[in-house]
Design a protein around this ligand. Structure first.
Ligand SMILES: *Cc1c(COP(=O)(O)O)cnc(C)c1O
Length: 406
């Protein structure tokens, strides 16, 4: 089919929730092709998902090996792949704990809200404090948790139990904690609102505040996790000495295959009617579920993705390529005053302009580079961790060309 024919199908049959552009038919590594045969260097990475690039052999192999064996059997039964993936994620966090599996970032975060509710329940605490400019997904609780008005508009009333404080402002967060607060949820690097890393002092201060006030510290690592910042989790690149009580994951963890997960901490103890139990055990049988959560197929793929990240040393590569891109972008900032700021860590980089980025994003695509807006005035690079120096330089050259025309 041509692009025009595919667009026609969408106009007739797909709900118009996205502003879409190209019709993509094929991908390989950091490149993809549209229905009219045009080639693109993909620095959007399927919105920070394709950490191994398009159709990586390790993912294809895992799908081919697992699919004939067992695709789905429900969570009424044990599977080796889910057990192994949970163990791997616990090891990557570096602190004892347990995991729960779902299918998306919003669903992973839903599990965090339920954990906060259950944790605070007997004391009448239920509020989750999140940050201004945050993004936590598009379910009702997700938009309630998100500290941006635009996602809530038209969907009020919002579910109760969410409060907001300014990001990277510890005093304001401290002041916002009230008698009903049960947890603080934060993205170690804010993604959707413009690629803004938390400061190490902020994350350390939140840990201390949560300990003082008996709150849960929860990190949304859906976008900044998966090795993108140079360590497996974003917080490990910022304040590795901080251990949260819970972490949500999705996006890159399956390298394009849908899977979400949470990790919960064992060392955190919770008082219950039956005495003290580890926090990671507070959701018992019948309290939470997901039909598709952690299928053997999804877990086999995620295990293959993580194994590849480790074997090919892609976290160190992400850090190195990120440095190269940052250096190049800062050189462009010196040349083009329309670039206000270059922010981010590793291969999660934001380029803030003095104007809306829509036009630049479209011009980059026309010039063969896919990038994605993050808010109105910033566009981001969230490419595969596998990109080469040549890919990085090619992306910089296209941005330079486009800004030169603007
Ligand atoms: C994308 C994203 C989500 C939502 O993930 P979905 O898989 O789209 O539900 C949640 N939190 C953050 C930080 C994200 O970037």
């Amino acid at each position: 089919m041509t692009t025009a024919e595919i667009v026609n199908l969408y106009n007739g049959y797909v709900m118009p929730t996205y502003g879409r552009s190209l019709a993509i038919v094929r991908g390989k590594g950091a490149r993809c092709w549209d229905a009219d045969g045009r080639e693109y260097l993909d620095f959007g990475g399927g919105v920070a998902v394709n950490i191994l690039g398009h159709s990586h052999p390790a993912i294809v192999r895992a799908l081919k090996q697992q699919a004939p064996q067992l695709i789905h059997c429900s969570n009424l039964y044990y599977t080796e792949a889910q057990g192994l993936l949970a163990k791997k994620l616990v090891e990557l966090v570096g602190a004892d704990g347990k995991c729960f599996f779902g299918n998306s970032g919003a669903e992973a975060n839903e599990a965090l809200y339920k954990l906060a509710r259950k944790f605070g329940h007997d004391e009448g605490r239920f509020e989750v404090l999140t940050m201004e400019g945050s993004f936590h997904g598009r379910t009702l609780a997700g938009i309630a948790a998100t500290g941006q008005e635009k996602v809530k508009k038209g969907f009020e009333p919002m579910p109760a139990g969410f409060k907001y404080a300014p990001f990277n402002n510890l005093d304001a967060v401290r002041a916002a904690v009230g008698p009903q607060t049960a947890a603080i949820l934060v993205e170690p690097v804010q993604g959707e609102s413009g690629i803004r890393p938390a400061t190490p002092e902020f994350l350390r201060g939140l840990r201390q505040l949560c300990d003082e006030r008996n709150l849960l510290l929860m990190f949304d690592e859906v976008q900044c996790g998966n090795g993108r910042t140079g360590k497996f989790f974003g917080f490990q690149s910022i304040a590795p000495d901080v251990t949260p009580d819970a972490i949500s994951m999705a996006k890159g963890i399956g390298g394009g295959f849908p899977i979400g997960a949470i990790w919960t901490r064992a060392a955190r103890k919770v008082k219950t009617a039956d005495g003290e139990i580890p926090f990671c055990d507070i959701l018992g049988p019948g309290t939470h579920a997901s039909t598709f959560g952690g299928t053997p197929l999804a877990c086999a793929v995620a295990l293959a993705v993580i194994r590849t990240v480790e074997e090919k040393k892609l976290m160190a590569k992400a850090a190195a390529r990120g440095k190269r891109l940052t250096r190049g972008l800062k050189a462009l900032r010196a040349k083009f005053p329309c670039i206000k700021e270059v922010r981010g860590l590793g291969l999660m980089l934001g380029i803030e302009l003095d104007r809306e980025v829509k036009d630049v994003v479209a011009k980059c695509a026309a010039a063969g580079l896919l990038v994605i807006p993050a808010g109105t005035h910033t566009f981001r690079f969230v490419p595969p961790l596998t990109i080469s120096n040549a890919d990085a330089d090619a992306a910089l050259a296209i941005v330079e060309k486009v800004l030169g025309q603007s």
